[in-house]
Design a protein around this ligand. Sequence first.
Ligand code: MLT
Length: 395
Amino acid sequence: MSLKPNGNYRNLKESYLFFHIARKVEEYRKEHPDLPLYRLGIGDVSRPLCDAAIRALHAAVNDQAEEKTFRGYTPECGIPEFRNAVAGYYARRNVTPDPEEIFVSSGASDELGDILDLFDASSPALITQPAYPAYVDASVMAGREVRFLTAKPENDFLPLPSDDLEADLIYLCSPSNPTGAVYNREQLQKWVDYANGRGAVILFDAAYEAFVEGNLPHSIFEVPGAETCAIEICSLSKTAGFTGTRLGYTVIPKALERDGMNLNAMWVRNRTTKTNGISYILQKAGIAVFTDEGLLQIRESIDHYKENARVLMNALDECGIKYWGGKNAPYIWMACPNGMKSWDFFDLMLNEIQVIGTPGEGFGSAGEGFFRLSSFGNPEDTKIAAERMKLLLVR
Ligand code: MLT
């Protein structure tokens, strides 16, 4: 018998959402080489790394140039200084993970798929939808059954567990990509109580926590009981502009056990087998981000993106278009005008005003009729895009 490829790939859409959009945009660009494009699509940052990170990167490169300071392999789960720096970041909000509960990663998207290694493929995944498409695709690739819980305007895009819900592995994202909705403490407590009561595990994607304002939780570990039912996956991509640099972290409490197995110990086993750590140079940059200086500098970039979000929200207000998000998240989730389908609206925006967004349907069928705008673009382009949207959409 010849080798059998992973047949689960047959169950995937032909291409990944952002890859598909990039191809469509590239075709349009080739056909219209003289037209400028305004990119509010994929959540890719436009601001450079902060000065503290850049200095740390240079210094770490110099370390690698000298025999005395040169570093070979780093510890697979993270260099202690990095794990301590992340623990210190959590401590600012009175969450006190043991540094050994923090694992370095190459970013949240990689980790959200890799972490599935901890769970038997027979345990279905519950995904609140619309959702970041990698949750679904990674589960499908692993042959895992996926169930959905709909996030919709009627539940403020924040679905909660009910008594009859059957879920074992639960993906939650707050602030949500794509809707920008944020669970408050009481709502997260409901999920934590549900998971503890049932023996489920929550995979909490906190990639956008740095955008949260006021008293809303940044981390599921701000909620009592989360240490026995949750894994938190976070990244410096959106917090500190590391989309192209790649660095993140995952928190797996030592108290998290299922069926007599300790998930923290299992992840140590996994990482020490499947990785040789993350670049020393990048971890040094991450450490610099979590210093007082670094945190002040990344705040400037986040404020910058929040200003972009305000520009876009003002434009939608002027057009009389309903939207969600934008305040505690870098994404604005708007209703497509006149009941349009989201891919039709994508085409309209691209063809008429050269503004690129993300069709809601790309985040699952529950996203149909909606459209996502990213505030990570540069301010000039964002302002022009907003003006163009007003011309196209004003009623
Ligand atoms: C998005 O646009 O949803 C994200 O930027 C994609 C990602 O983080 O991989």
